[in-house]
Design a protein around this ligand. Structure first.
Ligand SMILES: [Zn+2]
Length: 920
């Protein structure tokens, strides 16, 4: 009995072994044994483990070492956690020997102004097709990285495979095998610590479900697949630089989606960004059809033209399009581990998913190979038509006047130059269309190859196709899911809080080219002062100066009032560093800080101001070196917590203490002057509220801490809803249900009211937080419905939240008299998304420091539902409530959204640093 059982076990094991051995990545392939396998280098076969990021680098280097004449590895950056970012170039011996020539050839094609048709033809005849495949930008979309290794192995090691030989000869294949190694490391670690006897197929098993924050994002919890034009993260910066060194003809970003799906590839779904050309859209189909050919042959399921759009320019699949490449997304249904049971009962192994991405990768090489000449010609023509369009279309130039927050103007110019847009700085004043612009202003003349990228990033409005919008309105009304994939607005001048002028005229004057990433340094203007240094507020560099100065123990004052001194007006918030308050080496410190922060520092030998308050006024406050706590972990949205930490630590250089949210209910809060509650929602723990984690005790403790002088800042609808919850009682406003046309809450009024008080008076009492539902009566009085309109009315829910916004840029009006708005312009642009709308705060409770514009002025960019436009008008964006000796500040939309709303940085930093100055 025992023996037979044992035999049975052995035969089962053998069967399993045989089944495993039969698994083929490319049926019939035969490989050269001199090329190292994954098993030999990193100890497992392809798809048998979720490979750790360091092992991916190790294997790629082993391949390159074994085949140096066919593969090279390049470093293009380092992550925040110190991991290497690499891309690998795979091609024939002949091509690898002339990589410099190939790169130079693509650069020549990229600028038709210097490369006329005849020369372009000669260059194209010698060029292979550069194809760029990028894997795992989302660190928990695991199969693509393993497919990258398999792809490199297959192309290098295949024997007697005509297609592979042709690929090597005609394609320069660039593999970016791990775009987000920090995120992947987080996934792999969570997966490995949850593993047991054998891989578990249950979707509920811990190994399939990551704890907060998950591995999708990078170290600062940025979604790197939204960061392309913002380029805030080292991964993106390195990649953008590398892509411009090669100008690949096609760029594929390989992702994963939910386990129950199949496989997705190009063409993308509607809407398309209008700056994507017809030719580009047609060539998406070449790649899709070729993938379909192989997927059909091997019996893999797939779908196209659904779910993934090409509208937002900050995806890996879209940004390269605006340089003339063919950008695409591929998506594989994820196993989120080594095996998963789909909802339909089907078991999927990890290696199945690795194989699909691998086959799609090889298929894409084939498409590039077969269409090489057309792709080269189309790339050249794209760049040519961009120049021609820029020279003849209605907008021929963008001007960024150097005014307002000049450090943001400089930063945007440098950012545009970094992504390959030609930007010029005026070395003398110049005129355009009868208007005069100061020296230092920037000009983007659109007769250039990157014109379409410039347009899509700088235009105030980029619109979706009307037919698509009609469909969206219908889906919204009938409660079907929206097909919009991401935000509908990203106009960079608005996001940077600066002005941009579009012009039909081309400026003449004296200009110099802006170098990528180049920002002018700051300086001290005037001689060593007797009395004080002054740093005018209202520019981001002044905030960098403040953050650095506090850490060097400078004693810094800030004024709540405007003052005039020596014919110059200093805005509220201006920093005053008195010589007598500080150590004898203050001059050297200030000099150094001005340079590193970019701030302009003025000097004064007198404290006598011509107008406004003196430095000794009680409207002048000392800024403390505040200790900042940031709620971390559930229920926060990792993206909001991460972006907030990133802005404070990396953009402004000030340290933050992230505190696990539940510890805010237990630990000693008195060590902090500022506590920030980021927005909630999304990702692991999504849908939870602060109430769930903090409990009644946490709420009480926060209240006590504010009373004693703390500054509590809530970011976004999730955090403000918590502060406004009557049980918490920290902020005397209420979240609104949808306002129906027939109810008093929707009647609005107050049109044309420009002062905050007028708008306040106009604010209507809106329903408070949703009331607990009354027990439904068994019967209700009968009611006659006599028209379709009656029917429509009868089916509307009584209490529900407004429709959710996908992300629009809206205007908000600034009350200049509040300390939290110091240095801000009259109007700011806010990224509004989601469905949280709040009532304004009453005059006896606090002040509405910034509130949304009226319905006709509200929408600045993007697509917005009518109902939300009406209901958001005159509602608060920033609310401040004095409470005991402290303050509670609510931002009803997250000012730190994706870390790219630079125009709101000062407002947020005012809440932090000026809030601390106004506490206790
Ligand atoms: Zn993804």
């Amino acid at each position: 009995m025992k023996a037979s059982l044992c035999l049975l076990a052995i035969s089962v094991a053998l069967l399993a072994q045989e089944k495993q051995d039969k698994f083929e990545y490319w049926p019939g392939a035969s490989y050269d044994p001199s090329v190292p396998t994954e098993k030999q280098v990193i100890g497992h076969d392809p798809g048998d483990r979720v490979t750790r990021p360091e092992d991916i680098v190790k294997y790629m280097e082993a391949l390159a070492a074994a085949r140096p004449h066919q593969m090279r590895v390049f470093d293009y950056g380092k992550t925040w956690e110190g991991r290497r970012l690499i891309y690998c170039v795979v091609s024939s011996d002949a091509n690898i020997r002339r990589l410099d020539e190939i790169r130079a050839g693509m650069k020549q094609l990229a600028d038709p102004r210097k490369t006329p048709d005849a020369e372009a033809k000669r260059i194209m005849a010698r060029l292979p097709a550069v194809l760029w495949l990028s894997y795992g930008v989302h660190g928990n979309e695991i199969s693509s990285n393993d497919a990258a290794m398999m792809t490199a192995y297959h192309v290098l090691a295949s024997r007697n495979d005509k297609m592979v030989d042709e690929i090597l000869a005609n394609v320069v294949l660039i593999l970016d095998p791990a775009q987000n190694p920090d995120g992947r490391a987080r996934f792999v670690h969570n997966f490995e610590i949850a593993e047991g006897l054998k891989p578990d197929a249950s979707q509920l098993a811990a190994e399939h479900n990551e704890p907060w924050p998950g591995g999708r994002t990078n170290h600062y919890y940025f979604d790197l697949n939204r960061d392309w034009f913002a380029m805030s993260q080292p991964e993106t910066q390195g990649r953008i630089k590398a892509v411009q060194e090669w100008f690949p003809l096609a760029y594929v970003d390989l992702h994963e989606m939910g386990s129950d799906a199949t496989y997705y590839f190009a063409p993308e779904s509607n809407p398309y960004n209008p700056y994507i050309t017809r030719t580009q859209r047609d060539s998406l189909e070449w790649f899709g059809r070729n993938n379909a050919k192989w997927f059909d042959r091997y019996g893999f399921s797939y779908f196209t033209r659904e779910g993934y759009d090409e509208f937002y320019p900050g995806y890996g699949a879209s940004w390269p399009l605006f340089h003339g490449s063919i950008g695409m997304t591929y998506e594989q249904a994820s196993t989120r581990g080594l095996v998963v049971r789909r909802s339909d009962g089907k078991i999927v192994q990890y290696r199945d998913t690795v194989r699909d991405h691998f086959v799609a990768s090889v298929s894409s090489c084939e498409t590039a190979l077969r269409n090489k000449d057309k792709l080269l010609e189309n790339f050249y023509q794209y760049r040519k038509s961009a120049i021609a369009g820029g020279a003849t279309e209605a907008v021929r130039e963008y001007i960024l006047p150097r005014e307002g927050n000049v450090s943001n103007v400089d930063r945007l110019a440098a950012n545009l130059a970094f992504q390959g847009i030609e930007v010029k700085r005026a070395t003398a004043a110049f005129q355009n269309a009868g208007k005069e612009y100061a020296a230092g202003s920037y000009v983007i003349t659109l007769a250039q190859p990157a014109a379409r990228l410039a347009r899509t990033l700088l235009d105030a409005q980029v619109s979706m196709e009307p037919d698509f919008l009609k469909g969206e309105e219908h889906r919204r009304e009938s409660r079907q899911p929206s097909e919009m994939y991401d935000v509908t607005a990203w106009s960079l001048p608005m996001q940077y809080g600066i002005s941009a002028v579009s012009s039909a005229d081309v400026s003449e004057g004296s200009f110099e080219a802006v170098k990528p990433g180049e920002v002018p340094p700051g300086k001290v203007i005037g001689s060593k002062p007797e009395v004080a240094y002054l740093v005018p507020w209202g520019v981001s560099s002044a905030a960098r100066f403040l953050a650095a100065g506090l850490q060097e123990d400078l004693k810094i004052l800030t004024s709540d009032k405007v003052f005039k001194l020596a014919n110059r007006t200093y805005p509220t918030g201006t920093l005053i560093v008195k010589v007598k308050d500080n150590s004898p080496d203050v001059a050297e410190k200030i000099d150094r800080l001005a340079k590193s922060s970019g701030a302009e520092v003025l000097t004064t030998d007198t404290g006598w101001v011509d107008e406004g308050v003196n430095f000794g006024s009680n409207r002048v406050f000392s800024v403390p070196r505040a200790t900042i706590a940031l709620a971390w972990d559930r229920p926060t949205a990792a993206s909001s917590a991460g972006a907030t930490r990133f802005i404070l630590e990396r953009q402004y250089g000030y340290p933050v203490t992230p505190v696990r949210t539940d510890q805010l209910a237990r630990g000693d809060l008195n060590q902090f002057q500022v506590i920030i509650l980021p927005d909630t929602g999304g990702g692991p723990g999504g849908g939870e509220s602060y109430e769930t984690i903090l409990g009644a005790n946490g709420g009480r403790r926060l209240n006590d801490w504010v009373q004693a002088g703390g500054t509590l800042i809530g970011l976004g609808g999730g955090a403000v809803a918590y502060l406004a919850d009557p049980r918490t009682g920290l902020l005397a406003i209420s979240q609104e249900n949808v306002a129906r046309e027939s109810t008093p809450a929707a009647t609005g009024g107050g049109r044309g009211g420009t002062s905050p008080t007028a708008a306040l008076a106009a604010g209507q009492a809106a329903p408070a937080a949703p009331a607990p539902p009354a027990a439904p009566a068994a019967r209700v009085p009968g009611k006659l419905l006599t028209s379709d309109q009656d029917f429509e009315k009868a089916i509307q829910a009584d209490t529900e939240l407004p429709d959710s916004l996908h992300g629009v840029l809206i205007r908000a009006k600034v009350n200049p008299e509040q300390w939290v708005t110091a240095g801000m312009p009259d109007t700011v642009y806010v990224l509004a998304s989601g469905r949280a709308i709040f009532t304004p705060i009453k005059l006896d409770k606090g002040f509405n420091a910034v509130y949304f514009a009226g319905p006709d002025q509200l929408l600045a960019s993007g697509y917005m539902w009518e109902q939300n436009r009406k209901q958001l008008a005159y509602k608060p964006f920033v609310v401040v409530q004095r409470s005991g000796r402290g303050n509670v500040i609510g931002f009803t939309e997250d000012p730190n959204f994706r870390g790219y709303m630079d125009g709101l940085n000062l407002l947020f930093l005012n809440a932090v640093f000026r809030g601390a100055a106004h506490g206790r």
